[in-house]
Design a protein around this ligand. Structure first.
Ligand code: ADP
Ligand code: ZN
Length: 210
């Protein structure tokens, strides 16, 4: 099954992608994680992407399309995948179509902007492995320490309140039109983001089956 998770930054699509990919035994592909990894490693891609990311802007289409092409060509994607954070613009969606990638279902996790801002302030990521946590909704066993690798948990630079406002603006302007794009293709399902992660998962799984 080839799936896309859409949603505003902080709507919880990354968390859902991680849960669902385990249940279906398919990889979850986060362009955000791939780009952050490149920034950390100081690769050419990372150098190109960093300033966009830090200011809450999208990385240019050509760059992310290149990343996705390479990633989807790998063996582990042949039985399906979940895209978390791609496509984020109409040209990115068109590029997927042109690659001949057939998407089975697109789930958009809906959370109001006012709630997003509050959620983002509690978000933390592992500085070593990139795993994500939340001070309220997804606490690590030990404060400030990653359950998976023991790394230090930090706040992402682009989770600062001013940057979150810009990311929401970019989401509404450039990413939200994708709902129309996939609605027209008959592939879109909307899921209301819930307070509890497990409740959103249940709704998302139901949306994949209907
Ligand atoms: P979130 O979903 O919380 O916004 P991500 O980790 O998915 O965070 O993305 C972080 C940043 O990485 C984005 O703000 C953007 O700069 C860049 N990025 C990730 N995916 C894409 C994409 N498909 N197109 C352009 N930029 C992207
Ligand atoms: Zn970690």
């Amino acid at each position: 099954m080839n799936l896309i998770l859409l949603g505003a930054p902080g709507a919880g699509k990354g968390t859902q992608a991680e849960i669902i990919c385990e249940q279906f035994s398919i990889p979850s592909i986060s362009t955000g994680n791939i780009i952050r990894e490149s920034v950390k490693n100081g690769t050419e891609l990372g150098l190109k992407a960093k300033s966009y990311m830090d200011s809450g802007e999208l990385v240019p289409d050509a760059v992310v399309i290149g990343i996705i092409k390479e990633r989807l060509a790998q063996d582990d994607c042949q039985n399906g995948f979940i895209l978390d954070g791609f496509p984020r613009t109409i040209p990115q969606a068109e590029a997927l179509d042109q690659m001949g990638v057939v998407i089975d279902r697109v789930v958009s996790i809906e959370v109001a902007d006012e709630k997003i801002a509050a959620r983002m302030s509690g978000r933390r990521v592992c500085s070593k492995c990139g795993a994500s946590y939340h001070l309220e909704y997804k606490k690590p066993a030990k404060d400030g320490v990653c359950d998976a690798c023991g790394g230090e948990l930090i706040q992402r630079k682009d989770d600062a309140p001013e940057t979150v406002i810009e990311r929401l603006r970019v989401y509404h302007e450039q990413t939200e039109p994708l709902k129309d794009y996939y609605e027209k293709a008959g592939k879109l399902r909307l899921v209301e983001g819930q307070e509890q992660v497990a409740d959103t998962t249940a709704l998302t799984l139901a949306a994949l089956k209907d």
